[in-house]
Ligand binder design. Structure first.
Ligand code: NI
Length: 255
């Protein structure tokens, strides 16, 4: 088995005590690559640190839409510097979260546009977070020409119609533990129909553990549960499905 967790937050305090065990379990379960995704200044720095310690972990630099209000000029300057590090393979996570609205919407939009500009300047793909903001996310992706670099719609939140729009905009869909939840009928429909070269796997750990571990702390090794569930839905062999999703991620991140 060859798996790629395209969205992990191993720098968070939830992993402080047993990160080595967590990484060991990755190796035992076929997780060969991880992108650790920055959500603010500190976590972007720690993502790079982590990627420098482990050759199979890569980093992404960005400010989560929750904290978009904190993206001042100085921090953006730092991001610009950090994103040029050879271990950084993407910009994000960025995007819009109209569910929680922890940062004012205008500031989220402005920060999102800035991230896209940075990604285009450096030729890096973008990791997008979209919660209850489909219309504005796609609008900004279009207006800013994010298609040039593409990326991932992380924890894909939409239906098949939106999935097709994302493909047209050069974005892959990221599928995590939520696909295994009974209620995720719309997402399951998307996973059944998505072309095999347009899907990648993720955990978003420590959040969103797949069934049968729902509610517990998530970790990259659990991406296997999502792979098995999604492969079965699609009628794919799990090894073949994992191989392709890993290949898609490697291609996107130029690994
Ligand atoms: Ni995340």
């Amino acid at each position: 088995m060859q798996l790629f967790d395209t969205h992990a937050h191993l720098d968070l305090p939830e992993f402080e005590k047993d990160l080595n065990d967590v990484l060991q379990r990755c190796r035992e379960n076929g997780v060969e690559y991880i992108v650790n995704v920055g959500i603010d200044r500190e976590s972007s720095l720690r993502s790079i640190e982590l990627s420098q310690k482990h050759s199979w972990i890569f980093a992404s630099v960005g400010m989560h839409p929750h904290d978009a209000a904190k993206l001042d000029e100085e921090t953006f300057g730092l991001f610009k510097k950090l994103a040029q590090n050879e271990r950084v393979v993407a910009v994000g996570e960025t995007g819009l979260d109209y569910y929680r609205n922890f940062s004012p919407r205008e500031q989220q939009q402005e920060a999102f546009r800035m991230h896209i500009a940075l990604a285009k300047e450096l030729g890096l793909p973008i990791i997008i977070h979209d919660r209850d903001a489909h219309r504005d996310v796609l609008k900004i992706v279009r207006e800013e020409g994010a298609r040039d670099v593409g990326g991932i719609m992380h924890c894909f939140p939409g239906d098949w119609k939106m999935a097709k729009e994302c493909f047209d905009l050069n974005f892959l869909i990221g599928i995590g533990g939520t696909v295994t939840f009974k209620k995720s009928v719309t997402l399951q429909e998307v996973v059944k129909r998505v072309p095999i070269d347009m899907i990648v796997l993720e955990t978003d750990c420590p959040y969103l553990s797949p069934e049968p571990l729902r509610g517990k702390r998530n970790e990259p090794a659990n991406v296997i549960y999502t792979a098995k569930f999604a492969a079965k839905l699609r009628g794919n062999d799990v090894e073949e499905f994992s191989y392709h999703t890993t290949l898609n991620a490697k291609r996107l991140f130029k690994i």
